[in-house]
Ligand binder design. Structure first.
Ligand code: PDD
Length: 281
């Protein structure tokens, strides 16, 4: 695999980042994941707009290559022959050459930029679309700025492990009695013709797929209600689903052991997935 590191395209085993990199020592970095279908980047503009915002919220300077990111994404997709898969992009505050809690001087420390591709043939036809996901709820103990897409992913990673240990596929996180989001996705339920999902705030990541799916709701003759909801309310729904750049729209068939819609994926989430894939390809 060819990867991109700080201005260079290199074979992955030759790519190097300093041990003093702020992301390695302090999770001081942000990332984006953009999916690729038929060799084309999906929702690229949205991902770059959120990246821009994540950087500015953390006062990380834009790297010199910022305006070339589309070109770099396309080049990696091309050289690695990605038809279906993902492009991972990470920008960190850089490698000041020592460990220090104080941010390095942005005049002398260049941000670190890393991009690599993940080949995932069949990404759009994942078998989980047919079976649906089983979800367990776990407490949301993450920091208070989940709207910034930082590489601080230890708890979401632990959450997936807790889900697996419980025989489920993924976890939804709960704060003050209300669902925030999934470990790496946004969370929704459907009741009648209404899609309910938590409103945007510092409590959740502002999903790029979320924005697109809510925009397409009208095309599926559905209404959108952005508000807090409990696990019990979602368990009582007709359908539930998640969204993310890598899962698109994925049905949920069970929450904390309670089956939804007879435990099989429902038609409305399927319709939303179909519209999302049609419109964004
Ligand atoms: N995760 N919420 C969280 C906590 C996420 O990590 C993600 C994305 C989302 C969905 O955002 P989007 O639709 O823009 O992908 C919501 C990515 C895919 C990941 O970490 O791999």
């Amino acid at each position: 695999r060819t990867v991109y590191v700080n201005g260079e395209y290199l074979p992955e085993h030759e790519a190097k980042v300093s041990i003093f990199d702020r992301a390695f020592l302090m999770a001081d970095g942000v990332y984006e994941v953009t999916s690729v279908l038929d060799g084309k980047l999906i929702d690229f503009g949205g991902h770059m707009a959120r990246l821009d915002r994540s950087l500015s919220e953390l006062d990380i300077r834009k790297p010199g290559c910022f305006d070339d990111l589309l070109e770099i994404h396309r080049e990696l997709v091309r050289v690695n022959g990605i038809d279906e898969g993902l492009v991972y992009l990470q920008i960190t505050r850089g490698s000041p050459g020592d460990r220090d809690f104080v941010f390095p001087d942005p005049e002398t420390t260049e941000p670190t930029v890393v991009l690599f591709t993940q080949n995932k043939p069949g990404l759009a036809q994942s078998p989980a679309v047919k079976t649906g996901l089983k979800i367990v709820s776990i407490p949301d103990v993450r920091w208070g700025r989940r709207d910034i897409k930082t590489v601080q992913l230890l708890y979401p990673s632990m959450g997936k492990m807790m889900a697996k240990a419980a025989g489920a596929d993924d976890a939804w996180m709960v704060m003050d009695g209300f669902v925030t989001e999934g470990t790496s996705n946004n969370a929704y339920f459907i009741k009648g013709n209404k899609i309910v999902t938590r409103a945007l705030s510092h409590d959740i990541l502002h999903g790029i797929t979320r924005a697109a799916v809510l925009r397409f709701a009208a095309e599926a003759q559905m209404e959108v209600e952005e508000r807090d909801f409990t696990v019990a309310e979602a368990q009582d729904a007709d359908e539930a689903f998640i969204t993310s750049a890598s899962a698109f729209v994925m049905p949920v068939v069970e929450i904390d052991g309670v089956a939804l819609g007879g435990g099989v994926p429902g038609p409305r989430a399927a319709r939303l997935r179909e519209i999302y894939l049609d419109e964004s390809r």
